[in-house]
Design a protein around this ligand. Sequence first.
Ligand code: AP5
Ligand code: ZN
Length: 217
Amino acid sequence: MRIVLVGPPGAGKGTQAAFLAKNLSIPHISTGDLFRANISRQTELGKLAKSYMDAGNLVPDEVTIAMAKDRMEQSDARGGFLLDGFPRNVSQAEALDEMLKAETMKLDAVLDLEVPEDEVVKRIAGRRVCRNDSSHVFHVSYKPAKQEGVCDICGGELYQRDDDSEETVRKRLEVYHTQTEPIIDYYKAQGLVVTISALGKVEEVTGRAMEALKQKD
Ligand code: AP5
Ligand code: ZN
C-alpha cells in the first residue's frame, strides 16, 4: 500500500508509523527523521534544514521534495511506503501526485490522526528521542525507558529535541493549521482520507489504524 500519515506535531505519527510499516511490510519514510539524520551527519542539507526546524517552520519545498523523491525511488519503496511528515503543504501534495503519476502509481489512503491540542502538548513535553536514531522515541510518563536517559533499543543517550521547546511547539502547531491541514481537504476531494482518534494506548490506536486502512486496501 501507499499511505500518507497526517496529524499535528506530537500526534504519534512516528510511533504509529513504526508499527504500521512493520505490519504492512512497507518502509516508513519520515522526512523529519531524514532531516535529523542529515543534521547529525552535519551535511549541507542538515545545516540548511536545522535553521528552519529550530524555528518551527517548514524546510523549503525544493529541498524537501527532492529528498523525499530520492528516498521514494529506492528499491525498498517500489512496492509501497508509509509517508510520515510528507507532504506537509498543498504544493508538496501536488508534487507527490506528479511523481506517482509519472510512475503510473497512486496513493491508497491518507490516514489522519486526530488528537486534542492539550494532549499534543503533553506528548511533546515528555518526549525523549535517541541520539543515535530519532525513530527511537520514548516518553517520560507514557513510555519511559527502562533506564532513565538510555535508549532501550540501542543504548544511545536520550535527549529532548531542539524543536520541542514550548515556543517552537506553538509555532509548529500554527504551521500545521495554516499549511498542513489544507492537504486534508485536498485528499478528501480524491476520496482518500480516513480519520481516526489517536487518543488511548499506542496499541489501541494501531488497531484502529489497521481497521481504517482495511477499508482502503
Ligand atoms: P517531524 O519530525 O515530522 O515532526 P512533527 O510532524 O512535528 O511530528 P513529531 O515528530 O513532533 O510528532 P509525531 O506525530 O511523530 O509524534 P511521536 O510519535 O513522536 O518534523 C520536524 C520538522 O522537520 C518540521 O517542523 C519541519 O521543520 C521539518 N519537516 C519535516 N517534514 C517536512 C516537510 N515535508 N516539509 C517541510 N519541512 C518538513 O509521539 C510524540 C510523543 O507522544 C512521544 O513521546 C511518544 O512516545 C508519545 N506517544 C505517542 N503515541 C502515544 C499514545 N497513544 N499515548 C501516549 N503517548 C503517546
Ligand atoms: Zn536508540
